[in-house]
Design a protein around this ligand. Structure first.
Ligand code: ZN
Length: 105
């Protein structure tokens, strides 16, 4: 039985990963803030439930504080300072620093 269960949870994870990828596409191809914000909160919810973490740079980001989609130039500021990236959410002023070991993949 345990073999079956592990197989099922693997495919469930694969389905969740696919769903996150789809939501990322929706976020990237959509400039309607309501739709991208609900996609962002869904990505966080699915990721939390299934233990999927997206790392690296995908052209967008999600604010951990206000759980909104961060679109560069709209509600999100990216600054490079001394080999590290500073990401600022313009809605809640939350600053996240990436690097200097930040790897772009
Ligand atoms: Zn924020």
């Amino acid at each position: 039985m345990s073999r079956n269960r592990s197989k099922r949870s693997r495919s469930r994870r694969a389905v969740a990963t696919e769903a996150i990828k789809d939501l990322e596409c929706i976020m990237l191809n959509n400039y309607d803030t309501d739709i991208s914000n609900s996609a962002a909160s869904l990505i966080l919810r699915i990721g939390k439930k299934h233990g999927i973490r997206r790392s690296g740079y995908y052209g967008f980001s999600i604010c951990r504080k206000c759980k909104k989609a961060l679109i560069p130039g709209i509600n999100y500021r990216l600054r490079i300072r001394s080999k590290s990236l500073k990401k600022t959410c313009l809605d809640c002023e939350e600053v996240r620093t990436l690097g200097p070991s930040f790897v772009r993949d």
